[in-house]
Write a protein that binds this ligand. Structure first.
Ligand code: CA
Length: 414
């Protein structure tokens, strides 16, 4: 018998009892942002549960307006809280079946406002999809030089910008910047605004400066994951990126989904990652399965469309480099990760043309525009377009999902 809650949850809901992701929410009745856990169409107020002494001990940190203190407590505490919540939401004699308590701690999801779940100190974005790196390489450098010589030996990444990470639903203003389509620089509103379909993972417990996280221990440091849209201005990127990589092309907005899905909830969906050939150096070598089977989908809705249209379907399992490898590589110099730091996987493209994770690839740099209803087409994003990304793991009769991350493109400032 699969685990079941007494709370009614639709079989296609992203949020059954097997999931229990954490987020930061507030309500009109109580505008203080605090920690909640999602189940079905409800948010359980963990600050209130803690205050009512419904856990075996009082944690205190669920009244915080970020998950950081909870994340810093470590995997044993994460598991303890998860086990308590599973008990409270499934047992026949749960105190949550008491009507008075139920009405104090269970908040209907339509009444909540979601906030950024984590105070993010540092943000690093990787480039871990072989398909994405190959496609972009072909477009920017030609087929012969598609993958740079280092790519199969290390997870390439760059240090991103944490200050412009925004929660799902936040509008994104089209950036202005310097481009040079014909080698002559000009300052314009970007004409090639794009999305990147990614997942983000959060560091729960960090490491001391000078003490790398080994590949064997990397998993223990990861608290959970969110959907991530790494908005990108391709024309700005093409001019600025050599030799140090993207700068302004990606620093104006990064959107993330509000519910942090834990590694414990994702555990049943571990799969083998693609075979790595040549074998990486030993500090990047693991023998356990380290991919995740997470179905991903991107939809686009223009200002005139009445419903969104699917433009890409991909899956995290295609990623060449694992999160553990990214984290081991990131810290191998002794670089210290801190609680709340976020890493992006890089655009997750699959092997087929309908599974590419960016407009750049889907339209092949504008050569094959996407057809939308009513005869509209898209090479890149237009003002008024909304991009919606979703993701879920399919279990036997249930899903563990991420909900969605959405963002609407607003015109550039005058
Ligand atoms: Ca990216």
């Amino acid at each position: 018998m699969p685990l079941k809650s007494f709370i009614e949850v639709h079989p296609e809901s992203d949020f059954p009892i097997q999931n229990l992701p954490y987020g930061i929410f507030s309500t009109q009745a109580n505008p203080h942002a605090r920690v909640g856990v999602r189940i079905g169409e409800w948010v359980v107020d963990l600050a209130m549960l803690d205050e009512e002494k419904m856990f075996e001990k009082q944690y205190g940190f669920f009244a915080d307006s970020t998950l950081n203190q909870f994340m810093s407590a470590g995997r044993e505490v994460w598991r303890e809280v998860r086990q308590s919540l599973i008990g409270l939401l499934s047992s026949d004699n749960s105190p949550l079946k008491n009507e008075a308590l139920h009405s104090r701690v269970m908040v209907p999801v339509e009444e909540v406002q979601m906030h950024l779940p984590v105070a993010i100190g540092d943000y690093t974005d990787f480039y871990a999809s072989r398909e994405h790196a190959t496609n972009v390489g072909i477009m920017f450098r030609g087929k012969e030089n598609a993958l740079m010589p280092n790519w199969l030996h290390l997870p390439v990444g760059y240090h991103g910008r944490a200050s412009s990470i925004v929660p799902s639903g936040a509008d994104v203003i089209r950036p202005r910047g310097q481009v040079a389509a014909n080698g002559v620089p000009e300052f314009i509103a970007s004409r090639s605004l794009d999305f990147e379909l990614e997942l983000g993972f959060f560091i729960g417990t960090g490491n001391n400066l000078g003490e790398p996280i080994s590949i064997e221990n990397a998993y223990e440091h990861i608290f959970g994951m969110v959907l991530l849209n790494d908005w990108s201005a391709r024309d700005i990127q093409a001019w600025e990126y050599q030799p140090l990589g993207p700068f302004l092309a990606k620093n104006f907005a990064t959107s993330i989904s509000p519910w942090v899905v834990t590694m414990d909830a994702l555990e049943p969906f571990r799969v083998d990652a693609p075979k790595q050939e040549p074998a990486p150096l030993s500090y990047l070598t693991v023998d356990s399965a380290n991919g995740l089977d997470i179905n991903l989908e991107v939809t686009l809705q223009s200002a005139t469309m009445s419903a969104p249209q699917i433009i890409s379907r991909s899956n995290m399992k295609h990623l060449y480099w694992s999160m553990e490898q990214m984290l081991a590589h990131h810290t191998v110099t002794g670089c210290n990760m801190r609680t709340g730091d976020m890493c992006g996987t890089g655009t997750i493209s699959g092997p087929t043309e309908d599974s590419y994770g960016s407009m750049l690839e889907l339209t092949w740099r504008g050569e094959k525009p996407i057809a939308l209803p009513d005869g509209e087409t898209r090479k890149f994003l237009q003002d008024g377009d909304t991009v919606i990304m979703k993701g879920y793991c399919q279990g036997d009769g249930y899903r563990v999902g991420f909900g969605e991350v959405t963002g609407k493109v607003l015109p550039a400032l005058k």
